[in-house]
Design a protein around this ligand. Structure first.
Ligand code: X2X
Length: 342
């Protein structure tokens, strides 16, 4: 070691406690960018707004988060959101399991057709060991996961006729998110799936370039999809899409311990509120949202267990193929957790 090195070490050691005490204030950015697909009119964007607000409160204004809805930091290309977090383009995000699944193959777990029958089943995953396993996987991929929220159970709509069996989907052009498992599922059902972003989906529905789409009921209602010709809606609940609150690891590491704790608590609170909001009005005994959709002239088709089974059977090969990609152990763990929650 020469004397310059020795001097450098002494300086570094001397500087350490100071840097920790002042909470790296000098390293903090004036604004941190939070990405979501949907804006504050939707429960998803509202969760983003709320998280930002709580972070500001809990860090006494040290961390200032600005919401960028419409995945605008990646030009609306929602399946590039996860990569953009890792590349430092996005600092925080509330992302859908579907949109991040091209980069994180285990997230396809949630898209396995008919894995989760109800909210209880989803809770068994996100509030149990499976949720922790998924967080550990995300942690290894450059993000710090903090909490689960919910986009919701995805129901299928179209402008042509009621969908009661896979035969009714035959030849229908269905807009799907750009995630490969969706291509497989909708192809297995005989539909003609077309991948596009949410931003492109709405004009495509309006011009009848596509016949149908699938999204949670709250999204259907708030986006007023009935005004875009979507007057047939089938409740099949073939998958439930969780939202995941994350911070880029690089950004996380630049924050003080106190501020990390505050951001985590803010995420947990915003996510808990989001779970309640996402589930409001769509279950028996609390179905105001469903009723309002029906009142807007949409025909709602409720499947019998046998009808639902026909869809499940038709997509079974897709389930098995993707279970191997996701990891059989994780899928087994998820199936067991859901079965125990019944
Ligand atoms: O694009 C969609 O369908 C949406 C808004 O639900 C997602 O981002 C997964």
């Amino acid at each position: 070691m020469n004397r310059f090195h020795a001097a450098a070490i002494v300086l570094t050691i001397a500087a350490l406690p100071v840097a920790n005490n002042v909470a790296h204030a000098a390293d903090y950015k004036p604004e941190y960018r939070l990405s979501t697909v949907l804006g504050p009119a939707f429960t998803w964007g509202k969760a983003g707004e709320r998280w930002a607000e709580l972070v500001k409160q809990k860090t006494d204004g040290r961390i200032n988060v600005k919401l960028y809805p419409g995945t605008s930091l990646v030009g609306g290309d929602q399946t590039r959101e996860f990569s953009a977090i890792r590349q430092g383009v996005i600092d925080l995000a509330i992302g859908s399991s579907i949109n991040w699944s091209p980069q994180v193959k285990q997230l396809n777990l949630f898209s396995l057709p008919f894995l989760t029958p109800d909210a209880k089943g989803l809770d068994a995953l996100i509030k149990g060991d499976v949720g922790k396993d998924i967080f550990a996987i995300l942690e290894k991929q450059g993000v710090v996961p903090l909490a689960y929220g919910e986009n919701g159970f995805r129901e299928i709509s179209n402008s042509k006729h009621p969908i009661k069996s896979p035969a009714d989907l035959k030849g229908l052009k269905i807009r799907i998110v750009g995630s490969p498992i969706f291509i497989d599922s909708f192809t297995a059902l005989g539909a003609n799936p077309t991948q596009m972003s949410w931003a492109d989906a709405q004009p495509a529905l309006a011009t009848k370039a596509v016949d149908g789409q699938e999204n949670p009921l709250s999204v259907f209602s708030i986006a007023k999809l009935h005004t875009l010709g979507q007057n047939q809606l089938s409740l099949w609940g073939y998958m439930a899409d969780p939202l995941i609150f994350v911070v880029s690891k690089q950004i996380w590491n630049s924050w003080s311990e106190t501020d990390r704790k505050a951001v985590r608590e803010a995420a947990e609170q915003a996510a808990a509120e989001n779970l309640v909001a996402a589930r409001k009005g769509i279950s028996p005994g609390d179905d105001a949202l469903l009723q309002s959709i029906e009142k807007s002239g949409v025909t709602i088709t409720r499947l019998t267990p046998e009808q639902r089974k026909a869809f499940k059977d038709a997509t079974r090969p897709v389930y098995d193929k993707w279970a191997a990609t996701i990891g059989k152990d994780l899928v087994k763990k998820a199936e067991t957790a859901i079965a125990n929650a019944k």
